[in-house]
Write a protein of this length. Structure first.
Length: 105
């Protein structure tokens, strides 16, 4: 997505929220693959278009790519961070539904 598209999405999303609190959530896939600079742009656009609204951002990750730079950025910008931890395959997948079967295992 281009910077222009990202900014337009953030601007329009904030404007469409009827309350003074606006929440963004990044999850699914692995958001850290977009890189910390992508999220710097997100925060820049959120601040630019907040128009007095309170913005909160949640971030779900497996944590593999987190490093000091990520940690400083996430803390500085007060992201709510959820960390997904997979266990052993036989336990982790015990209740996952797979196509054409009840459970993945």
């Amino acid at each position: 997505m281009s910077d222009e598209q990202l900014e337009a999405f953030i601007r329009d999303y904030i404007a469409a929220q009827p309350s003074q609190e606006v929440s963004f959530a990044f999850q699914g896939g692995e958001p850290t693959l977009l890189g910390v600079n992508y999220f710097r742009k997100v925060v820049e656009f959120q601040k630019k278009h907040a128009n007095g609204k309170q913005i909160s951002t949640a971030f779900q990750t497996n944590g593999i790519l987190l490093d000091d730079e990520w940690g400083e950025f996430l803390a500085e910008n007060k992201f709510l961070v959820g960390l997904s931890i997979d266990g052993p395959e036989d336990l982790h997948n015990a209740y996952r539904v797979a196509p054409r079967s009840k459970c993945a295992t």
